[in-house]
Design a binder for this molecule. Structure first.
Ligand code: CTP
Length: 399
């Protein structure tokens, strides 16, 4: 089941860098998930964001200067190190990275870090040349050898005007990396192939047939599987979603492209999950030129696309195959019919209609149908939770 941050003791370390403002957003996100977050910041960090901001959001005094506080408070901060279930340092400057690599303890954050025994996520952010310098790279290698997890910085234009790696990733990515750090890896060693989103079937160079699939369910499954240690390939139709952390995304547009990608990839995967809303029909002929509105009426002849899931079901060997069924009525009959016709192990059925389930919604209300003729009715839950529940059932089948 999904790793929930509710009640977890976390420590956010903040260093002095332009990107310190992003750690405010990260803190908000963590507090929203009901984690108990304490903030340790360097003096330089306070030049960029005031401690009061972190105090207001975390509802706890910030630890900033071990030498200016009472003995009792100093001991309390050792308690923080012992209680912490994870520590994230974002942004991590070259200075703190060097101090942690060398075991130096000369301020609140570096001293605190020496007492930490839980998983640690380091998020470097600095000028590209600094980041690529031999000293910083050597120190990061040392930190990895100590068991710290390093979140690679993003590349792009930096505040200092240079372009290249060094940018602190968005708070949502740091959040995911932190949850990833804490999630048990029960899919370690498994290769999972997932499809998501709609397909587009061209009518002419400026028009196509599609459906309202947002891709949210498939991306949630990909994100969850990657967090649980699987090697994930996500074949995605056009969506507005960011690629999930540690997922290899193969973009496709049409049903034919999706079919070629899935059938080309399937042999290397243990688990195949098809959430994509594939178009069942495409225009029989695609006009090379834009169709003009000369006639009063227009008919477009459609032909069937390949049923990708059915083709995978016919070829699968010792692989777990999961499909999705979106129906407006008779869910039980249609879903179980597809389960058998496509040789699936599980089909996730959901009724399209309620605004809290199906296309575009962040939540889903589903029934899982299994090949042994059992079924499981699932309450309304987020697509992230449904993704983890589905993976729980898959892990159950795989073991
Ligand atoms: N699917 C597929 N290829 C298609 C159509 C559907 O792989 N050309 C897969 C979907 O990814 C989903 C499952 O089949 O996992 C069921 O899709 P759905 O649209 O609900 O059903 P269809 O099989 O297309 O049947 P119908 O449209 O008649 O309901």
């Amino acid at each position: 089941m999904r790793y929930h941050l509710h009640g977890k003791h976390l420590v956010l370390g903040v260093c002095g860098g332009i990107a310190a403002y992003k750690s405010v957003e990260l803190l908000r996100h963590l507090v929203k998930e009901e984690a108990v977050v304490r903030v340790v910041m360097t003096d330089n960090a306070a030049h960029f964001v005031g401690p009061i901001t972190f105090e207001a959001l975390s509802h706890t005094p910030v630890c900033r200067n071990l030498f200016a506080i009472s003995d009792e408070a100093a001991v309390q901060h050792i308690h923080w190190a012992q209680e912490a279930e994870a520590v994230v340092i974002a942004p991590a400057t070259a200075n703190i990275i060097g101090k942690l690599a060398g075991g130096i303890a000369d301020d609140a954050l570096s001293t605190f870090m020496l007492a930490v025994t839980c998983p640690v996520l380091i998020c470097p952010a600095m000028n590209t040349h600094m980041y690529e310098s031999k000293a910083v790279q050597r120190n990061l290698t040392l930190l990895k050898s100590y068991g710290y997890t390093i979140l690679d910085p993003g590349a792009g234009e930096l505040a200092c005007g240079t372009t290249g790696p060094g940018r602190l990733p968005d708070p949502a990515i740091i959040f995911d990396a932190l949850v990833d750090l804490l999630t048990p890896k029960d899919l370690e060693g498994r290769k999972v192939l997932i499809t998501a989103g709609p397909t587009r079937e061209a009518i002419d160079p400026v028009r196509f047939i599609t459906n309202p699939s947002s891709g949210k369910m498939g991306y949630a499954v990909a994100r969850a599987a990657a967090m649980r240690g699987a090697q994930v390939t996500l074949i995605s139709g056009p969506t507005a979603l960011a690629p999930p952390l540690n997922v290899c995304v193969l973009p496709v547009t049409s049903a034919a492209e999706m079919a070629a990608a899935v059938l080309g990839q399937m042999d290397g995967h243990d688990i195949i999950i098809k959430t994509a809303a594939v178009a069942d029909f495409r225009p029989a002929a695609v006009s090379d030129l834009k169709i003009k509105k000369e006639q009063a009426q227009l008919s477009i002849a459609l032909e069937r696309t390949q049923d990708i899931l059915k083709a995978v079901g016919e070829r699968k060997k010792n692989q777990i195959l999961v499909g999705f069924a979106a129906e407006t009525h008779d869910l039980d009959a249609f879903a179980t019919g597809k389960l058998k016709a496509k040789n699936l192990d599980i089909i996730v059925g959901n009724l399209i209609g309620p605004s809290d389930a199906g296309f575009c919604a962040d939540t889903n209300r589903a029934t899982l149908y299994f090949s042994n003729d059992t079924r499981e009715q699932v309450d309304l839950m987020t697509k992230a939770d449904l993704a983890h529940l589905l993976l729980d059932r898959i892990v159950g089948l795989a073991n």
